[in-house]
Design a protein around this ligand. Structure first.
Ligand code: DON
Length: 302
């Protein structure tokens, strides 16, 4: 397995040239586009890693999956999905498109920033308590109690987050967001700044692949099904459809270059490669996932 992972990295790392490291959060711009890593964990707990799989990076949008789970546990499906849809869309992750139209608009899905700011607002607890609960859940799932916020990234995003601020204030104006807007945004920036490596991501993937079993999560199997379904429809933004056809592994990307992959009943996968495609997904990561899927028959639609 390790040989295969190494081969896929070597074969595809040149693709980094065609992508761009995110810089709208200034700290993210420091990442090296040539650092590529991958880790796979199987149901017996065997871990296979290659490349820069021990590099640390922040979860960014991957944290939206955990925020969704906590919002669902705290508020139930009816309330959550009355404020956030479950529709795939080609909107950019940070889009404000349609927010100011007179129809009864709600964000298309919880993987977009607009939807995710709502799910974070629905997590019980005040301000930082919300993101602390996401952090605790991740520590619990990964059994890695060293996982923490990366303060520099958190501060960097907070300083430059005019778009997310605009989204959040509009959401409040539309009665879709309760509570103190700045506190909700602060929790959102914190959850995005949680720092992991590919092994942690693979463990999170395995948690979903294993249907949340052996964790004390109410209706865990159902929660896993919901999260994995939303990931497969919306997890890679406007690339989700093509990714489903080419890769067929429910996944969630983040702008720091991480991809979380879930192969139900088989594997959890973590990939890292900070050069992004135009949708905000790791360009090398997507290609590696495509080839890995073919090599190991991972496509859930086959
Ligand atoms: O809200 C933001 O802009 C970032 N903290 C997260 C965006 C993100 O990761 C988009 N995914 N590719």
């Amino acid at each position: 397995m390790e040989k295969l992972l190494k081969r896929l990295i070597e074969k595809n790392k040149h693709m980094a040239r065609h992508g761009k490291v995110a810089s709208y959060i200034p700290v993210l711009g420091k990442a090296s586009p040539n650092d590529i890593g991958i880790c796979i964990m199987d149901m017996d707990g065997n871990i296979y890693g290659s490349g820069n799989y021990r590099n640390k990076f922040t979860l960014q949008s991957i944290s939206k999956v955990m925020a969704l789970i906590l919002a669902l546990l705290d508020r139930g499906e009816e309330e959550v999905f009355s404020k956030v849809g479950m529709k795939p869309t080609t909107e950019a992750f940070n889009s404000l498109y349609r927010m100011d139209l007179p129809d009864k608009w709600i964000p298309s899905n919880p993987m977009l920033n607009s939807g995710a700011i709502i799910t974070t607002s629905l997590i019980k607890g005040k301000g930082r308590e919300k993101s602390d609960r996401i952090l605790e859940l991740i520590r619990d799932i990964t059994s890695n109690f060293n996982i923490d916020y990366e303060e520099e990234t958190y501060r960097s995003e907070k300083k430059t987050a005019d778009r997310n601020r605009a989204i959040a204030y509009l959401l409040r104006d539309m009665n879709l967001l309760d509570g103190n807007v700045e506190e909700v945004l602060d929790a959102y920036f914190r959850q995005c700044s949680i720092e992991v490596d590919c092994v942690d991501l693979a463990r999170i993937g395995l948690f979903f692949a294993n249907k949340c079993k052996s964790y004390n999560i109410e209706r865990g199997e159902h929660m896993a099904t919901l999260a994995v379904t939303i990931m497969s429809l919306c997890g890679m933004y406007g690339f989700s459809g093509e990714y489903a056809v080419k890769v067929g592994v429910p996944s969630k990307s983040g702008v720091s270059g991480g991809i979380l992959g879930v192969v139900p009943n088989r594997f959890g996968i973590g990939v890292y490669g900070p050069a992004l495609d135009r949708y905000g997904n790791s360009i090398v990561g997507c290609k590696i996932m495509e080839e890995l899927s073919k090599e190991l028959n991972l496509n859930i639609f086959e």
